[in-house]
Write a new protein. Structure first.
Lengths: 476, 94
C-alpha cells in the first residue's frame, strides 16, 4: 500500500449452513440436482404456505456464536427484507432485524482480535442464469430457502493480506465446526468487503465502498488491492466519490460500479408476522456448548503441550478436523506423537497432495500406520526402509506392516557378528580410504558407512554400524 | 400526517405498481387517512410497556432437520407463465 495511507476493511461472510433440509421447509438442502427439483409450496412462495423454523440451523448458529466468543441473544426476531428480483419468489427475504442471534464476538488472526459485530440467520435466494438464452433469464429455486448465517465483521482489517487471513480463519472455523462445507466454488461460503482508505493518523473513516463477488480467497486479495489503489488515487487527486457498490470482475482484474437504483435500496424491513420471535434459553446454550467439540485454538494448545510439537506443526495438523483426528489416532496407535506428526506432515501429506485427496479418502487406517511407526521405533526396520518399501506396500494393501517386513525380508540386521563381518569386509576392501580417514580426513567416515549400508542392502541397523565402526577404528 | 404525491410515486416504484395519473390523488388521500389513523396511537401513554413484534408471545416452533420429498420439477413449474429448460423463464434481468 502507498505510504501515508491506511485501508479500513470489514468483511461480510455468508455461510450456507450444512443442514439436511432448508431453513423454513423440509426440502432438501443440496447443491446441484435437476433445476427446480428441491422445492415445495413454502420455498416457491405459493399463497397460504407458512414457514417453520429448522431447529438445526439455530443450533449451528449458536455453536458458531460460542466459537467466536459471542453473545447469544435470548430473543432475536425475524424480519422481512423487501425487494424485487426474480430469484426471490416471495418478494421479500426472511432475515433478522436489529437484534441478531449472535452479537459482539471476535476472531483472532495472527494475534489480532477482529470484531464480529453480528451473525444472523437468513434464507438464501434462488439462482438466476442469464446464459441460457439471449432474450430471457432463467430461475432455479433449489437454493431458495437454504439457511444462511451472515457474519458481519468489524472494520478492523487494515490490509488485503489481513482480509485474506481473516477469511481463511473463518473458513477453517466453520468447516471445523461442521456447520458449512466451505465450498466456495459452489457458493457455500461467499464474501463481500466494505473498504475505505484514509491518510495515516486520521481517525474518521473515508468514503466506504462495498465490493461484491469475491468468491475465492485469491479474489478477495486481488479485488481489495485494486480497490484500495483506486481509492487512494482519487483521494490524492482530490476527487470526491460517493458511497457505492462495486463488483469485482476477476477476468479483467478490476472493480466496476454496479448501477444501484437508490429507491431500490429501501428494504422496508418489518417484523415477519408468520414467525414468532426466536428464543434461546441459557439451558439450550449450555447444551450446545457441552456438545461442541474441542475448538481449534484449544486443540492447538493441547497438541503443543501433550505431544511436544511446535506451533507450526500443531497448526499444520489442524488444517482440517479430519486431519487432526487422524493425527490423534495415529499418535495413540504409534505411541509417539512426534513420529506421528512427522509422518502426517511428511509421507502422508506428500501422498495426499500427489493424489489430490483428503485424508478421509486415503483408505489407510491409523492403526495400520501406527504399527509401521512402532516397527521403526523398535528398530526392527530403519526409517528409510519404512518410507521407501513398507509404506507404499501398506498403501497398496499388501498386508500389515509386520507381514510386509516379513514377506520382503526387510527386517534390520542387528546381529553384532554379522555387522562386524560386514564392517571388516568393507574396511579391507578400501585400504586407501581407511588410511586417509586415520590420517584425519574425517569426511571419509561417511563414505565408509555408506559402503557398509550398501553392502547390507539398507537393512543393517545404522546405529550398530556406527558403534562397530568406531570400535574397529579405535582398535585398528 | 400528510402524504405527498412524491410519497405515493415512490411507494408505487418500490412495490412495482403502475399507477395511472388519475389514481395518484385518491391513493394519496387514502394513505394519508390510513397513516393519520395509525398516528392516533401516539396519543397513548406507553411508558414502561415493552415493545413487541407480535401479538402473542409464543416461542418460535422448531422442526427437526428431516428432509421430505417436495414437488417434482413438472409440478413446481406447472403454474409458471413461462418455463424453459426446467427453469422459470423471466424477462432478461442482466
Amino acid at each position: 500500500m502507498k505510504p501515508g495511507f491506511e485501508a479500513v476493511i470489514g468483511l461480510e461472510v455468508h455461510v450456507q449452513l450444512l443442514t439436511r433440509s432448508k431453513m423454513f421447509c423440509a426440502c432438501r438442502n443440496e447443491y446441484g440436482g435437476k433445476p427446480n427439483s428441491h422445492t415445495c409450496p413454502v420455498c416457491l412462495a405459493l399463497p397460504g404456505a407458512l414457514p417453520v423454523m429448522n431447529g438445526e440451523a439455530v443450533r449451528m448458529a449458536i455453536a458458531f456464536g460460542l466459537a467466536v466468543h459471542g453473545e447469544i441473544r435470548e430473543a432475536s426476531p425475524f424480519y422481512r427484507k423487501q425487494y424485487f428480483y426474480p430469484d426471490l419468489p416471495k418478494g421479500y427475504q426472511i432475515t433478522q432485524g436489529p437484534v441478531a442471534i449472535v452479537e459482539e464476538g471476535w476472531l483472532e488472526i495472527s494475534g489480532k482480535k477482529v470484531r464480529i459485530e453480528r451473525a444472523h440467520l437468513e434464507e438464501d435466494s434462488g439462482k438466476s442464469s442469464h446464459e441460457l438464452s439471449e432474450t430471457s433469464s432463467h430461475v432455479d429455486l433449489n437454493r431458495a430457502g437454504v439457511p444462511l448465517l451472515e457474519i458481519v465483521g468489524g472494520p478492523d482489517l487494515r490490509s488485503p493480506q489481513e482480509a485474506y487471513d481473516y477469511l481463511k480463519t473463518m473458513h477453517h472455523l466453520v468447516t471445523y465446526l461442521g456447520i458449512c462445507d466451505g465450498n466456495m466454488e459452489e457458493g457455500s461460503l461467499r464474501c463481500d468487503a466494505n473498504v475505505s482508505v484514509r491518510r495515516e493518523g486520521e481517525s474518521a473513516f473515508g468514503t466506504r465502498v462495498e465490493v461484491k463477488n469475491l468468491n475465492s480467497f485469491r479474489n478477495v486479495k486481488l479485488a481489495l488491492e485494486y480497490e484500495i489503489e483506486r481509492q487512494i488515487e482519487l483521494v490524492e487527486r482530490g476527487e470526491a466519490f460517493g458511497q457505492e457498490t462495486r463488483g469485482w470482475d476477476a477476468d479483467k482484474g478490476e472493480t466496476r460500479s454496479q448501477r444501484s437504483k437508490e429507491a431500490a435500496m429501501d428494504y422496508r424491513y418489518f417484523p415477519e408476522p408468520d414467525l414468532p420471535t426466536l428464543r434461546v434459553t441459557p439451558e439450550e446454550i449450555e447444551a450446545v456448548r457441552a456438545s461442541m467439540l474441542e475448538l481449534p485454538e484449544a486443540r492447538r494448545a493441547r497438541f503443543i503441550e501433550t505431544f511436544g510439537l511446535t506451533d507450526y506443526e500443531a497448526g499444520m495438523l489442524l488444517q482440517s478436523r479430519a486431519f487432526a483426528d487422524y493425527f490423534e489416532a495415529l499418535a495413540q496407535a504409534s505411541g509417539s506423537g512426534k513420529q506421528a506428526c512427522n509422518w502426517m506432515l511428511g509421507e502422508l501429506s506428500r501422498t495426499l497432495n500427489g493424489r489430490n485427496i483428503g485424508i478421509e479418502a486415503l483408505g489407510l487406517h491409523p492403526e495400520a500406520l501406527g504399527e509401521l511407526i512402532r516397527l521403526v521405533e523398535a528398530r526392527t526396520i530403519n526409517l528409510n526402509t519404512a518410507k521407501e518399501s513398507v509404506f507404499p506396500a501398506l498403501l497398496a494393501g499388501e498386508g500389515s506392516a509386520a507381514q510386509i517386513v516379513e514377506a520382503k525380508g526387510l527386517a534390520q540386521v542387528s546381529d553384532l557378528g554379522a555387522i562386524q563381518a560386514l564392517v571388516e569386509g568393507v574396511l579391507a576392501a578400501h585400504p586407501e580410504q581407511l588410511a586417509q580417514l586415520k590420517g584425519g580426513n574425517v569426511k571419509l567416515r561417511g563414505f565408509l558407512v555408506g559402503q557398509i549400508m550398501k553392502q547390507g542392502k539398507g537393512k543393517v541397523n545404522p546405529q550398530l554400524v556406527n558403534e562397530v565402526l568406531d570400535a574397529s577404528l579405535a582398535h585398528g | 400526517m400528510e402524504v405527498t404525491r412524491e410519497d405515493v410515486q415512490r411507494c408505487a416504484l418500490l412495490t412495482h405498481l403502475s399507477l395511472g395519473e388519475e389514481e395518484i390523488e385518491p391513493m394519496r388521500r387514502a394513505m394519508t387517512q390510513l397513516l393519520s389513523h395509525a398516528k392516533s396511537l401516539d396519543a397513548l401513554d406507553l411508558e414502561g410497556i415493552e415493545a413487541t413484534t407480535h401479538g402473542q408471545d409464543l416461542p418460535l416452533p422448531r422442526r427437526g432437520d428431516e428432509p421430505r420429498e417436495g414437488l417434482s420439477q413438472t409440478e413446481a413449474l406447472e403454474n409458471a407463465p413461462a418455463q424453459e429448460h426446467g427453469h422459470f423463464q423471466v424477462p432478461k434481468v442482466l
